[in-house]
Design a protein around this ligand. Structure first.
Ligand code: FAD
Length: 348
């Protein structure tokens, strides 16, 4: 086994999380290969250190410092496998930037992930919450995930059906820390049907013919729509959608719809998905701000850190919103980003 890279001590994570909240890692190392990962995890075990795998920090709230070893995923690499006339497997290292990987695939004419353009973060984090946008989820193209299983110490290749994917959900969320993802394989296809059904995308192309669209045209449309709707974390620190869209059973949906005829909802099989943004907006939170944190004035789902707020400030605001929505609609909102350390999460 090779020597692990030197650990850095007391490293600030403020520039490594998209909410830009202050936090530091007691120990920190960049991981650039599977071998390095193994040796760093061995060091953590020998020293009895808690570990955190950090990608782009765009789906995390640091509620405090991390008193352990932060492993920043830096395993790169992109290549194509099994290329035939129409389809190919895109192999991506976990430390690759997700959005750049989308553009890489779309520029080569392959379809399947173009609707997921401009989602911040790394490739390795994408399966953790089964990233999704504009009618497409990662699970639609994912073939397999290569990961180090920390429970057994073995390298594993998990097929799509082994990953327990659901709406913003996966096996990796339910067994946090067990798998360190190092590589993904995606099956992309030149002739795959484009997904243009979402209202924002349909409106974008309104009047223009869509039969000659390429994957890159769709990625660019998604980027334009997202830039109009969502604040750029580089300018206004945020963690994207702060709450998941709640899923309630059809009976509850029926009762809510009677009481609030304007309430949007998407009925499915025995359940209905509600629009968390609408619920929050109805409680008057859109555009709210105190001296440090607030709610975006165009997107009620996005909590922002506009002036030196801490993770605790963000979580305190999130809890007030959650309580309001619960009191008014009887619906419990669930947070989308993870909280570090986890025992500071809402409702604990
Ligand atoms: C402006 C904005 C818009 C967003 N829009 C969307 C959207 O449209 N759809 C959507 O689904 N999400 C969206 N997100 C959320 C976020 O971008 C995704 O969840 C993204 O996949 C997180 O990647 P990351 O590298 O930043 O993960 P991090 O925040 O670094 O980590 C997230 C979790 O994954 C774990 N993790 C990270 N890398 C690995 C790995 N290699 N192996 C094992 N575990 C790992 C971490 O430990 C942590 O628990 C948005 C966020 C922002 C800020």
């Amino acid at each position: 086994m090779s020597l692990p890279p030197a650990l850095e001590e007391h490293v600030s994570l403020a520039a490594m999380n998209s909410l830009a909240v202050p936090a530091s890692a007691r120990w920190f190392a960049e991981v650039t290969s599977g071998q390095e990962l193994e040796s760093l995890l061995e060091v953590a075990e020998q020293r009895d250190l808690a570990t955190l795998i950090l990608g782009g920090g765009s789906n995390l709230v640091f509620a405090g410092d991390f008193d352990g070893l932060v492993l920043h995923m830096g395993i790169t690499g992109r290549c194509w496998e099994h290329v035939d006339g129409d389809s190919a497997i895109l192999v991506l290292g976990a430390g690759e930037n997700w959005h750049e990987s989308v553009l890489y695939a779309a520029s080569a004419g392959y379809r399947g992930i173009e609707n997921l353009a401009l989602i911040p973060g790394t490739v390795g984090a994408a399966p953790v919450q089964n990233i999704g946008a504009y009618g497409v989820e990662l699970k639609d193209t994912l073939v397999s995930v290569t990961a180090l299983d920390r429970k057994t110490g073995e390298w594993v290749v998990l097929a799509n059906e082994d990953c327990g994917f659901g709406y913003r959900d996966s096996l990796f969320k339910h067994q946090p820390g067990r798998y360190v993802i190092t590589e993904l394989r995606l099956r992309l296809c030149r002739s795959r049907e484009l997904t243009l059904g979402y209202a924002d995308l349909a409106n974008y192309f309104d009047g223009a013919g869509t039969s000659n669209l390429k994957a890159l045209d769709v990625a660019q449309a998604v980027m334009a729509v997202r830039r109009r709707k969502l604040p750029d974390p580089e300018q206004i620190p945020n963690a994207g959608s702060f709450f998941k869209n709640p899923i309630v059973d059809r009976k509850v949906w029926g009762e809510l719809k009677l009481a609030y005829p304007d309430m949007p909802g998407y009925p499915g099989n025995g359940t209905a998905k509600l629009a968390a943004a609408w619920l929050i907006d109805q409680c008057g939170w859109k555009g709210f701000r105190n001296d440090r944190v607030g709610v975006h004035n165009r997107q009620a789902l996005v909590l922002i850190n506009h002036s030196g707020g801490s993770g605790s400030d963000v979580l305190a605001l999130a809890e007030r919103i959650r309580q309001d929505v619960l009191a008014r609609f009887g619906v419990a909102l669930e947070m989308e980003p993870g909280v570090i350390p986890p025992d500071r999460a809402l409702g604990r």
